[in-house]
Write a new protein. Structure first.
Length: 372
């Protein structure tokens, strides 16, 4: 693969899959290559799953001209379109535009595919509620049906009840502020619950007729390939206003892939514990959004991310560990996550970006060097 990302051919990713026994993972595009994305193609002898087929241009602070950022996004999308030709199934973990592409822009991605998607009706914030409906209307048109759920189908429990490690964490002098934030989060969730109750809901049974299935918490098996989706997980810290995501586990012949989607670190201790319990052969984990440090990420939660990754590194030895996405939007990511990389070296474990998997330097570092 050439170092110049602007010269990449859409099928470059075919050159170097991650191969462990009968499981292959192709890294289609990630942030380390210059556009926001964490798209992969998972292949077993039974199925091929394209995961999170979306790409977005980098944020204003990313040190490239807007024209070049836009071009990199277009190149990423061309690679995703090419990968979609190989896929039987498409999985969308949530409705941010670096994780899905609207059909009006690239409808061929979804043609003749089975879709497994994040539930658009519950455990979803306001903006993704709207984006999910826009996506589905563009995808199936008049076939989309909505229903009013006058009898809310389940009780909404406090999500912190499923996070005992995070709930019991001692924050020291930050404890009172943390309690205040959690109370605000509960009120925000209460407002969302009212929205979910009002609906209208996308009719799940009707979606199944279009070969579209809600993935949250579901298990599927195709031949010897097992596919599991987690229940909704916070997109970052507890009650993160960015909403929820669904993570993916694919297993065949005692070989396992864990793709976390946007856990942003992970920030939450229970998610780190879950990853360790899964004991994957291939782990694809997104790092914290350090480019937002002091804005949407505070130092307390960055410390949690670092501690959680060290916990993972101490207990797991995946054959391939890809650590990318949000972290690679920051030209100081190596400095801000230095404790993680130092610990990985101490344990003789490799944390690789997608760019490094292809023997390239992450673009953010290359650009930073050229600007000195």
């Amino acid at each position: 693969m050439k170092k110049n990302y602007f010269s990449l051919l859409p099928q470059f990713w075919k050159e170097k899959p991650i191969s462990v026994n009968s499981l292959k993972v192709y890294l289609i595009w990630f942030d380390s290559m210059g556009a926001k994305s964490s798209c992969i193609l998972v292949e077993t002898p039974e199925i091929k799953i394209l995961v999170d087929p979306g790409a977005a241009a980098m944020q204003p602070s990313y040190p490239l001209p807007d024209e070049e950022k836009s071009k990199l996004r277009k190149i990423a999308l061309e690679c995703i379109k090419e990968a979609s030709k190989q896929a039987d199934i498409i999985f969308i973990s949530h409705y941010h535009y670096d994780h899905h592409t609207l059909p009006q822009e690239a409808g061929k991605i979804y043609e003749k595919k089975t879709l497994w998607i994040k539930n658009p009706n519950v455990w979803i914030n306001h903006s993704q509620w709207k984006r999910a409906r826009l996506f589905l209307r563009q995808l199936v048109g008049d076939k989309l049906q909505e229903v009013h759920a006058f009898d809310f189908p389940f009780d909404i429990e406090n999500p912190l009840d499923t996070l005992p490690l995070a709930r019991e964490k001692n924050y020291g002098s930050y404890t009172s502020r943390k309690k205040e934030l959690l109370e605000k989060g509960k009120k925000w969730l209460g407002k969302l619950c009212k929205k979910w109750e009002r609906g209208p809901w996308i009719d799940e049974e009707n979606l199944k007729k279009q070969k579209i299935y809600l993935a949250d918490g579901k298990n599927f098996q195709v031949g010897a390939t097992k596919v599991r989706f987690t229940p909704p997980l916070f997109h970052g810290m507890e009650y993160d206003r960015l909403g929820w995501v669904t993570a993916l586990v694919v297993e065949r012949d005692r070989t396992k892939l864990v793709y976390t989607s946007d856990l942003q670190g992970p920030v939450i201790e229970d998610y780190a514990s879950w990853i360790v319990k899964e004991d994957p052969s291939i782990l694809i984990l997104d790092g914290p959004a350090t480019y937002l440090l002091g804005y949407m990420l505070n130092f307390i939660n960055l410390e949690r991310c670092i501690s959680n990754l060290i916990y993972i590194l101490d207990r797991l030895s995946p054959e391939v560990f890809i650590y990318d996405h949000h972290l690679l939007r920051d030209n100081r990511y190596l400095e801000r996550a230095a404790l993680v990389y130092d610990y990985a070296r101490k344990k003789d474990k490799k944390l690789l970006t997608a760019a490094e998997w292809y023997k390239n330097e992450p673009l953010i570092l290359e650009v930073a060097k050229n600007q000195k």
